[in-house]
Design a binder for this molecule. Structure first.
Ligand code: ARG
Length: 574
């Protein structure tokens, strides 16, 4: 049950009955629900429109709301309606929530939603820049699946194109020198750097690299075999990162650029048939009015280069075509860096003009900002190389281990390792998830690993604290039965917050901002702490003891589910 929705519906009906036009819009405009008060403050605007006295209009709405013993209604100020949710109302609603496995989050009518996220370039190892698209995309698929959507994960990895020429040429060279490739490929980053260095310094090597690109693309067997070996190794690297990060992507979710290879000529042909193609400097381009360069000149979307090669644009058009025609997607979400804004706008526009996207299919780019160092510069190593993601994760776990060791030296080494893993990985992921995804953010170990503030360790710790209440007296959560009795202010506050979980989830998927759920969980944990300070639980007399245990249980379940939807694990003890 969504508390806000429930009240919105009630108020909308009353407004319509009181003669307010377009009550739906009036209600949507401005409602707040906080700490047991629901304020309907759109009435003044509506009154002005229909030249009515706002207080009188509010009184009429109030009359229509009728007598509900569980709601305390009043007209306030120049024409607000305040609805105070009484303890009985909240207790009732909580009882429903308590009995609801899904914590009030209803499934939605099922749609096919393709989520394009992570998508590293396989020529190199995953680096820290991939963290945001990967974690936010993965939280999104978890939430959408929980909402009953048919989610298709599309890991659009870069496994094709010119950069593979030097890699293959280098593999070939090492193989002829008798080196063991498998050991050389262990550090893909080094491998990539050595191959690129050779490409720059050695003209014979560069020529060979260029030949290898052509050979690869024309299906030469030896080149294909080398390429396959490289891609297999690189995919293993990615999967190791996903497993370590508790990301739901598997090798089956890889829909690489190369998979669209055979469809590229058809895309060009179809655009040609629609008379969208214009030749410019030998390249085939689409010019659409909405794209102009800084100088006001039309900006091309190049679908085939003058040498016959197909650029990134063409592959993305083929991917759109596949996602709508073959996957029957209703919606496609792209969690891709903000620097690809123009590229994806062009992809969607050309695909629409080409008839690949129709009216009822929704394509959305959800831009992702940069990860920066504390001095505001891009996150790179001292010599300017990308920071390998796997190294970041190892460091996170090491740092978390030290914290766990300090906090609870008596844990067994095995438990310490487990807790360090859960905290370290949780901290790194939460740091991404808890920010607006569009804005750049500064990666800072001390902030993200702190047990205070809006961090994973804080929430994970709050969860263990609640669980310890139950452990202390060997109470099984399943076995508490009884009713809610809310008398203290902090109890009411906690009740309202618990009832707003589904609202937070709605908030996330409106614009795919996971930070809305993070903020919700952080607020919930904070309100729980105030409740726990003000209200004894185990020592309270009945019926309060049971009621408070039920509140504790619901809070623990909500924190657990919320973190789970974000892809963050919890432990029972830390
Ligand atoms: N591989 C690309 C990169 O590393 C991201 C791909 C995003 N998805 C897409 N359909 N273009 O920049």
């Amino acid at each position: 049950m969504n508390l806000k929705q429930l009240l919105d519906d009630k108020v909308t009906a009353a407004m319509s009955a009181a003669g307010i036009a377009d009550a739906n819009a009036v209600v949507k405009q401005a409602q707040r629900i906080e700490f047991g008060h629901y304020q309907a403050n759109g009435i003044m605007g509506a009154a002005k429109k229909q030249k009515a006295n706002p207080r009188e209009l509010a009184e009429q709405v109030l009359d229509q709301l009728g007598d509900d013993h569980n709601l305390h209604l009043e007209v306030a100020g120049p024409g607000f309606i305040n609805i105070t949710l009484t303890s009985d109302f909240l207790a009732d609603a909580l009882q429903n929530l308590q009995n609801n496995q899904r914590l009030g989050i209803e499934e939605r009518p099922s749609k096919v939603i393709v989520v394009d996220y992570s998508a590293p370039n396989l020529a190199k190892e995953m680096h820290i820049g991939h963290l945001r698209s990967t974690t936010i995309g993965d939280a999104t698929v978890r939430i959408l699946e929980f909402l009953g959507q048919e989610v298709i994960r599309a890991n659009h990895v870069g496994d094709w194109g010119a950069q593979f020429g030097s890699l293959l040429a280098y593999m070939d060279q090492l193989a002829t020198q008798g080196e063991k490739l498998s050991s050389e490929l262990k550090d893909l980053e080094k491998f990539y750097q050595s191959a690129s260095a050779l490409f720059k310094s050695d003209e014979t090597f560069a020529a060979k690299a260029r030949r290898f690109v052509v050979k690869l693309q024309s299906g030469d067997e030896k080149c294909r075999a080398l390429w396959k070996e490289f891609i297999a190794e690189s995919t293993r690297h990615c999967q190791a990162v996903y497993d370590q990060l508790n990301i739901t992507l598997t090798p089956d979710d890889i829909m690489p650029e190369s998979a669209y290879n055979d469809a590229l000529p058809a895309v060009v042909e179809e655009l040609e048939q629609r008379e969208l193609l214009v030749e410019s400097d030998g390249a085939k381009c689409v010019f659409l009015d909405e794209f102009k360069g800084k100088d006001g000149k039309p900006l091309p979307a190049i679908v085939q280069k003058s040498d016959g090669g197909y650029p990134y644009m063409a592959t993305d058009l083929a991917a759109v075509r596949y996602r709508t025609n073959s996957l029957n997607a209703h919606e496609v979400l792209y969690f891709v860096g903000a620097q690809q804004l123009l590229h994806l706008r062009q992809v969607f526009a050309v695909a629409t003009a080409g008839g690949y996207i129709t009216n009822n299919q929704r394509f959305r780019h959800l831009p992702i900002g940069w990860v920066l160092k504390s001095d505001g510069t891009p996150f790179k190593t001292r010599d300017g190389a990308d920071v390998k993601l796997i190294d970041v994760l190892d460091e996170a776990i090491d740092r978390a281990y030290k914290l766990v060791d300090e906090k609870n030296p008596d844990l067994s080494p095995e438990d310490k390792n487990n807790v360090a893993n859960v905290i370290g990985i949780g901290a790194v992921k939460y740091a991404e998830l808890s920010k607006n995804r569009v804005t750049d953010y500064i990666f800072d170990w001390d902030t993200m690993l702190s047990f205070e503030g809006n961090t994973a360790p804080y929430l994970q710790y709050a969860y263990t604290r609640i669980r310890s209440i139950f452990r202390r007296e060997n109470i099984l959560q399943k076995e508490i039965t009884g009713e809610f009795h809310l008398t203290e202010k902090t109890e009411t506050q906690l009740a309202v917050k618990l009832l707003q979980f589904s609202e937070a989830i709605d908030g996330v998927i409106e614009d795919y901002q996971a930070n809305i759920l993070c903020n919700y969980l952080f607020d919930l944990a904070g309100i729980f702490m105030s409740f726990y300070e003000a209200c004894p639980v185990l020592k309270a007399s009945e019926p309060h003891r049971t009621s408070r245990l039920l509140l504790c249980d619901l809070t623990a379940r909500t924190l657990h589910k919320g973190l789970d939807l974000l892809g963050i694990e919890t432990v029972e003890q830390m």
